[in-house]
Design a protein around this ligand. Structure first.
Ligand SMILES: [Zn+2]
Length: 462
């Protein structure tokens, strides 16, 4: 298999068991896996020879900090088409959704494909190498296959979450009837997707998760049946939970339970389950999640944008709850910059709990190892022999990092978040010199602009 050797990184952040940060660091990848990590001057002779003979691809990382690829655990990529929509700019969660559902009912398969490629480009340039996407409405013939095709084109490691909504307004739910599906059809399609795509091997580039949208848009039965199917096939479960006070009130009124109690009753806890937001997870819920290894996708920008509150991440981490980051959909976080999300996670915990509530290194750990654990993986999130060859490099000579040479690792989180200079996913260079190699980005963005325009025209009857 081909070798790729990165050397002379100013600092190579491993996130390994000792949390080593290696000055003048080097890394050797063979195919999809990391083979060796250490100081450049200790690079084994056989790898030096491979470099000299041209048998290995060389990445000179002088002037750069190298970190494990960041992991995004929550997104709705189609929402890239509906950023900064005026009617939804200043609303809280439930009225925000009400404003957007009708617009989204006009999505087409091409819109899903192009918006997913666009969202992935933005993530890749901001340091992300593994992402989940939660697609929960399938109007006009759209399928999760559209998202999966986009991920394969972009070369991203992908956890495709088969979302769903089945309780429309006529049954007391939040979404309009036009965007919900029959539960039998949801389960049939879920099974089809798992059998067609799910790859549970180490270094897998594609996994499926089952992801009813939220407790207020599907029935108890669908939550239970999804859990049963997920466990039968060994795939993960994902949904939104305890996002804000209204969400908690709905759960108490409809089910007589807190969101955490409801999740437990449905079998929605365990290391194979992750819930987005959990801003209002109570102390009993935190203890339950810690005990069961249930993961949380923390989405600080979205929580601030919708004024949902400050998720108790400090308490979750102290209790041992797996916490990863999510940029969330572009309609509730109009900027999907994953390194920026790590920065906001750190800043928001400090707003809530004081300056010692989260360090820059802890924010980076949540963005890498934390996300890996939330997605139930032990092959990403750190750079060590046997781990997946996913890493990114930031150019510390850029203006935004000027003067931060005292601690370039912390600078990644404290300074204005930059774009990656280099990104490697699955041992393959996908960004070089800040340019995406897996897509003709100007063309993708031009088409995306046109489709965003078309969507508004269709929605307004034009
Ligand atoms: Zn979401």
């Amino acid at each position: 298999m081909p070798f790729l050797i990165a050397l002379h990184a100013d600092v190579l952040v491993t996130m390994d068991a000792q949390r080593r940060e290696i000055p003048d660091g080097a890394l050797v990848a063979e195919g999809p896996a990391v083979k060796w990590v250490g100081p450049t001057n200790e690079l084994p002779e056989s790898y030096r020879q491979a470099l000299d003979s041209g048998a290995a691809q060389r990445l000179d990382m002088r002037g750069h900090v190298v970190v494990p690829g960041l992991v995004n655990t929550h997104h709705h990529m189609y929402q890239s088409l509906t950023r900064a929509v005026p009617a939804a700019q200043d609303a809280e969660l439930f009225s925000w959704l009400g404003n957007l559902y009708m617009l989204w009912s006009h999505l087409t398969p091409e819109m899903i494909r192009v918006s997913t490629r666009t969202a992935m480009a933005e993530l890749m340039l901001s340091g992300c190498t593994t992402t989940s996407d939660h697609l929960y409405l399938y109007p006009n013939g759209a399928t999760l296959d559209d998202s999966i095709a986009a991920a394969q084109e972009m070369g991203m490691r992908f956890h495709a979450a088969r979302g769903s909504m089945s309780v429309g307004r006529s049954k007391g739910g939040l979404p309009p009837d036009a965007v919900v599906e029959e539960e039998a059809a949801i389960l049939r399609d879920s099974q089809r997707l798992i059998e067609k795509y799910h790859d549970d091997r180490r270094h897998s580039m594609l996994r499926i998760a089952l992801a009813p949208c939220s407790p207020f848009s599907v029935s108890r039965e669908l939550m239970r049946e999804s859990a049963r199917m997920a466990r039968h096939y060994g795939v993960s479960l994902h949904t939104h939970l305890a996002e804000n006070e209204n969400d908690v009130a709905y759960s108490r009124e409809q089910f007589g339970l807190t969101p955490a109690q409801y999740a437990e009753e449905l079998g929605w806890v365990g290391h194979d389950v992750w819930h987005a937001h959990c801003v209002k997870l109570d102390p009993e819920g935190i203890a339950l999640f810690a005990r069961t290894g249930t993961g949380v996708a923390h989405c600080p920008c979205s929580n601030m944008r919708l004024a949902s509150g400050i998720a108790p991440v400090r308490a979750m981490r102290d209790a041992g709850v797996p916490v990863g980051l999510g940029v969330d959909g572009s309609a509730s976080n109009d900027g999907a910059h994953l390194l920026g999300e790590a920065r906001q996670a750190m800043l928001l915990q400090r707003v809530g709990h004081g300056p010692a509530a989260m360090s820059a290194r802890e924010a980076l750990e949540i963005a890498t190892l934390g996300g890996a654990r939330v997605l139930n993986r032990d092959d990403i999130g750190a750079l060590a022999p046997g781990m997946s060859a996913d890493f990114v490099a930031f150019d510390m000579t850029a203006a935004g990092y000027a003067g931060a040479g005292h601690d370039p690792v912390a600078a990644l989180v404290f300074c204005t978040p930059g774009h990656v200079a280099t990104s490697v996913i699955d041992g393959r260079v996908v960004v070089r010199d800040g340019h995406l190699l897996t897509a003709d980005l100007p063309n993708v963005l031009a088409r995306h602009r046109q489709l965003a325009h078309d969507l508004f025209l269709r929605a307004s009857g034009g």
